[in-house]
Ligand binder design. Structure first.
Ligand code: ZN
Ligand code: ZN
Length: 577
């Protein structure tokens, strides 16, 4: 009998099975890392069920008790929780944990912003609806690559495609609706409403790109790049950055860069002083928007800011504390940091566009909605560049023509202001004054001569001596077709007298009117009293020729005193005198 080798019949140790497919997420460690919502949609597709079924039957029941498995809670899920799944909230964390335990993939937190939950604020972080790059979708489909949604596209501040440098699209080109991240039937790459393929270049051509999205393309691309770097970096960190990192970096910048001048640094990075202060104290962390501002102004990337231990090498040689522009209140309202930012990106846009001839600063200012002076004050460098670019266009002939126009203005019977002449060339009067100082002075004098000052004086004196009504100075100026400043700067005393006289007359009028009114109130109250009716405020008002008149303080007092006179208790009534 032959002997055979003995069989080992013990069962080898099997790795534990996962409840759902062990689906590998796409792109971890790259800027194009997948988003959690995209992962859930793909996971559902793998199981041949809709995202709704996967979520309602598997994931939600496994959540902690806080999520009540009722129809209502599910309803709330789609409009509420589903929005935060790519973010860094406690809900995000809960979902990641459940999904990791179901799929046995332990890298799912990199599909969200959870790595940064200690150092980035939750506000203004993720979009409420999907945005996508059609070119990327189409490329993936043609190369038989899995179609998915990168986390990068889910962030509010990322507005262009990192790869194709074109604006992300956020409405379906066919049905013009916006698409939520996760719906009951979401499928990456397709419209949830009409089912159209979102990479369709033909449909996209029909859509007009909004012009304002073309502004600041360079900056938008920078944002996409550094945010991509941040997302890629998340999986390479030994541990997520702590809150103290913000305070440490901020104070390094304040101390070493701005020599302790927190206000100057705040102006430089275009954040409020208070915001910087709270970061420095460790009482707040920046939201994503502010973080990008900070990093853009300091020429470093968010990844560096959130992970570096020392100050990166000096990269902003132009930063000198004393040179930081002072942001002063504008003429009508204070210019906010937002405004300055808007100015900057608009000016950058103006510089970027290739127009022939290039616009002058005034023209640019008009299109932006600020005065040239405001632009000069808040964005001096950009303004100078626009002016310089424009000046290069001037020829001898142009200068000759300018001189001619100034001379014409001097001769013409219709007197015009210097700025009106300047505007014909799209220049400002400062430029004209520089090249033709004497001529400009003459034009200004010529313009001022149009005023017949003697006539103005006579008119003011007439008003003071005659009994004709009591027109205000503004009204007089209007009557004569002049600006009121002509009156007030040239005849301040006369104007003051006219104003005082007018005030006195108006005061008298008021007094007389009130005396009549008080008498009327007294009569009405007595009348009511005689009839046996309590003369309440309402009843008395009804008797007056103007029922609203009772609102005046004097009228109220007259009523109260009359009540007293008639012997009614008035202690509970408010007294004005
Ligand atoms: Zn793309
Ligand atoms: Zn659609």
């Amino acid at each position: 009998m032959e002997h055979y080798e003995e069989w080992d019949v013990t069962i080898p140790p099997l790795p534990s099975r996962s409840r759902l497919y062990h689906l590998e997420p796409i792109g971890i460690g790259t800027p194009y890392v997948e988003s959690l919502t995209s992962y859930i949609a793909r996971l559902a597709e793998m199981h041949c069920v809709t995202p709704r079924n996967l979520i309602v039957r598997e994931i939600l029941p496994a959540q902690s008790q806080r999520v009540i498995p009722t129809i209502l809670a599910y309803g709330r899920f789609w409009s509420g929780q589903a929005l935060t799944l790519n973010s860094l909230t406690p809900v995000t964390k809960q979902w990641v944990e459940v999904l990791q335990s179901f799929t046995l993939c332990d890298t799912l937190r990199f599909l969200t912003m959870l790595t940064w939950s200690d150092v980035i604020g939750v506000l203004k972080l993720v979009r409420r609806n999907r945005a996508w790059c059609p070119a990327c979708y189409e490329e993936w489909r043609q190369n038989h690559h899995v179609v998915y949604e990168p986390l990068l596209w889910a962030l509010v501040r990322v507005t262009t495609c990192l790869k194709h440098r074109q604006p992300l699209v956020s409405v379906c080109p066919q049905c013009h609706k916006s698409l939520p991240f996760l719906t009951q039937i979401t499928r990456p790459g397709y419209c949830t409403h009409c089912g159209v393929w979102l990479g369709d270049a033909f449909l996209l051509q029909a859509m007009e790109a909004p012009s304002n999205e073309r502004e600041g393309l360079e900056h938008q691309h920078w944002v996409a790049q550094v945010v991509g770097e941040l997302l890629a970096g998340a999986s390479h960190l030994s541990e997520p950055p702590r809150k103290e990192q913000i305070a440490a970096m901020t104070s390094l910048y304040i101390e070493q860069y701005a020599k302790g001048n927190i206000s100057a640094l705040a102006r430089w990075v275009k954040l409020s002083r208070n915001a910087l202060w709270t970061y420095n104290r460790g009482t707040a962390v920046p939201n994503f928007d502010s973080l990008l501002h900070l990093c853009s102004a300091l020429s470093l990337t968010p990844l560096e800011f959130l992970t570096a231990k020392t100050l990166p090498n000096q990269r902003i040689p132009q930063f000198v504390v004393d040179n930081v522009p002072v942001i002063s209140p504008g003429k009508w309202r204070p210019v906010s940091t937002d405004d300055v930012q808007r100015m900057q990106s608009a000016l950058e846009g103006v510089l970027a566009e290739e127009r022939d001839p290039p616009p002058c600063l005034i023209e640019a200012a008009k299109s932006i909605g600020y005065s040239a002076a405001t632009l000069r004050r808040h964005c001096p460098d950009l303004s100078k560049r626009i002016v310089a670019r424009y000046r290069r266009q001037w020829t001898e002939e142009d200068y000759h023509q300018m001189k001619q126009e100034l001379e014409n203005a001097l001769k013409s019977a219709e007197r015009v202001t210097l700025s009106a002449v300047a505007q014909q060339f799209g220049w400002d009067s400062r430029g004209l004054r520089k090249h033709f100082p004497d001529l400009c002075r003459a034009v200004v004098t010529h313009y001022h001569e149009r005023f017949d000052y003697e006539q103005v004086r006579r008119r003011l004196q007439d008003v003071l001596t005659s009994d004709e009504g009591t027109p205000s100075v503004d009204e007089l100026a209007r009557q004569m077709g002049y600006g009121r400043n002509i009156f007030r700067t040239n005849f301040p005393d006369l104007c003051k007298q006219v104003s005082e006289r007018r005030s006195a007359v108006l005061r008298n009028h008021h007094k007389e009117r009130m005396a009549t009114l008080c008498n009327e109130i007294r009569q009405a109250a007595f009348h009511l009293h005689r009839q046996g009716t309590y003369p309440s405020k309402r009843q008395v008002s009804k008797q007056l020729s103007d029922p609203q008149a009772m609102r005046a303080r004097e009228a109220y007092e007259a009523w109260r005193l009359t009540l007293e006179e008639l012997g009614y208790p008035t202690d509970h009534l408010k007294k004005y005198i």
